[in-house]
Ligand binder design. Structure first.
Ligand code: GDP
Ligand code: GDP
Length: 438
């Protein structure tokens, strides 16, 4: 998986979110017509011509006044320049160049990373003429497009993927040891957890420099188990100025995620799971990473009745659906409760992720399940699944061979996934299912 990250920066309402959705070819994000409303930051993985890259929309922030707003945008642009591999600077042809655009342009011109200036809302030829004023901002790469209609987006994507050089595609840290990343929002207790582990100096075998200067890989040996913990540099410092910025922590989390086999997603027990956590969680799942959900600060939940953890788990699993076959561990770093169980669980997920099932056994189990509940007939012809095999992929994937692969609908796909999960331990591991013509 490429660790290439594209950040979209620009004023509110220029169409960043619309463009983001088009890049990801899905319509899940909320597009709001009101300037400066709070909106969750969006991130995802885009595929173009067989290359994948991370896309981050810097859109989400609160603006109570113009000043705050400008400071906030400036801050985000700076972080994007530091952390992303390519910047998309989006402007709006209908407003022309605004003062804020010029200011952002001044910052971006100093960037050592490639900057693509995208003039959006160029829906027709007339606007195309108006758009030429944006050459005045002095960028080498200028694109005119309409996120609404999609015109012009293909050329842009071609040029984006052209910047993904082979070094980004290379597997990170060529080690067979399990690589575990600690991720989560600011203040959930990531540093505390790391320090609780790092504090045990005797467990550290060695520090391996990350493939990028932003992550630190530490080789541990605990309970006769070897593993690598990935953390972002900021977590270890006493003053975590940057790490507290939400945007910064997101972009770093994505980097750590790209280098990891398993992600430990930390939550704050009192705050519960937020929309941002869910975004990060589903991104990790999409990337085929193993997942463990860690509910930290469990000490703060008072009046623990016997059912508290069970009820909490139930609610959490509902929010995590559809992929919710994950371990959920309740810990308290300050009281040193279940910290090692969290690590053990991550190592178990790592094992699950490498699980390979013998084809004969798999067919025995799955053909029986299929016989018990056949795929519904779609166009008069029954769907016959003849054979299933686990693919020799890095993350678990299964191919079901049948006569009408395109007619198998998601509910039946989910049935098959549940059958696999109930027969084999893939806890914490996203699995892919394909239907192929026999
Ligand atoms: P963001 O705040 O920068 O993320 O902007 P949004 O994506 O929320 O878009 C702001 C408004 O511009 C919405 O009403 C969109 O429908 C509209 N918009 C976005 N892209 C285009 C486009 O290519 N053409 C036109 N005409 N409108 C667009
Ligand atoms: P990070 O931003 O995710 O790295 O979070 P920190 O490790 O800096 O922790 C944020 C705050 O939460 C600090 O004040 C910690 O002392 C506190 N904290 C961390 N773990 C726990 C815990 O298990 N229980 C309680 N009560 N506080 C915790």
């Amino acid at each position: 998986m490429a660790g290439f990250t594209v950040a979209i920066v620009g004023r509110p309402n220029v169409g960043k979110s619309t463009f983001f959705n088009r890049m990801l070819e899905q319509r899940k994000a909320i597009v709001d017509d009101v300037s400066g409303v709070t909106r969750d930051r969006q991130y995802g993985v885009a595929d173009w011509n067989g290359k994948t890259f991370n896309v981050i929309d810097t859109g989400g922030f609160v603006a109570n006044s113009d000043d705050v707003f400008e400071t906030e945008i400036r801050k985000q642009v700076k972080i994007a320049m530091q952390e992303a591999n390519l910047l998309i600077f989006m402007c709006d042809v209908t407003t022309g160049i605004t003062d804020l655009d010029s200011e952002v342009a001044d910052l971006l011109r100093r960037s050592s990373k490639p900057v693509f200036l995208v003039v959006n809302k160029v829906d027709n030829n007339e606007r195309r003429l108006e758009a030429t004023e944006f050459y005045g901002l002095g960028f080498e790469h200028v694109f005119f497009l309409s996120s609404m209609t999609g015109s012009g987006t293909g050329e842009l994507l071609d040029d984006v993927v052209a910047k993904i050089t082979p070094e980004f595609d290379e597997a990170v840290a060529k080690s067979d040891l399990p690589k575990i990343a600690i991720i989560g929002q600011p203040n959930v207790g990531k540093s505390s957890l790391l320090n609780a582990l790092v504090g045990e100096e005797r467990n550290i075998v060695s520090d391996i420099a990350g493939t990028t200067r932003d992550t630190i890989h530490t080789h541990y040996n605990l309970f006769q188990k070897d593993f690598i913990l990935i953390d972002t540099a900021g977590l270890r410092r006493k003053t975590k100025v940057n790490e507290d910025l939400e945007f910064y922590s997101v972009i770093r989390a994505i980097k750590a995620m790209d280098e990891a086999d398993v992600c430990m997603l930390l939550l704050d027990a009192e705050k519960g799971i937020t929309a941002q956590d869910l975004n990060i969680y589903s991104l990790a799942a999409r990337k085929g990473k193993g997942l463990v959900v860690i509910v930290n600060k469990w000490d703060l939940i008072k009046e623990k009745q016997t059912n508290t953890a069970r009820d909490y788990t139930k609610i959490l699993k509902e929010r995590l659906a559809p992929f919710n076959d994950v371990p959920i561990i309740f810990i308290s770093v300050t009281e040193k409760q279940r910290i090692f169980q969290a690590i053990e669980s991550a190592l178990q997920v790592f094992e699950n992720r490498t699980r390979k099932i013998q084809t004969s056994k798999l067919n025995e189990v799955m053909l029986k399940a299929i016989e018990k509940f056949n795929p519904p007939v779609v166009r008069g012809t029954p769907i016959r699944i003849k054979y299933v095999t686990q693919l020799p992929t890095h993350t678990p994937a299964f191919a079901f061979f049948c006569n009408l692969p395109d007619d198998v609908k998601p509910p039946y796909r989910n049935y098959l996934e549940n059958q696999i999960r109930s027969n084999y331990d893939f806890t914490g591991v996203p699995i892919k299912i394909f239907f192929r013509k026999k």
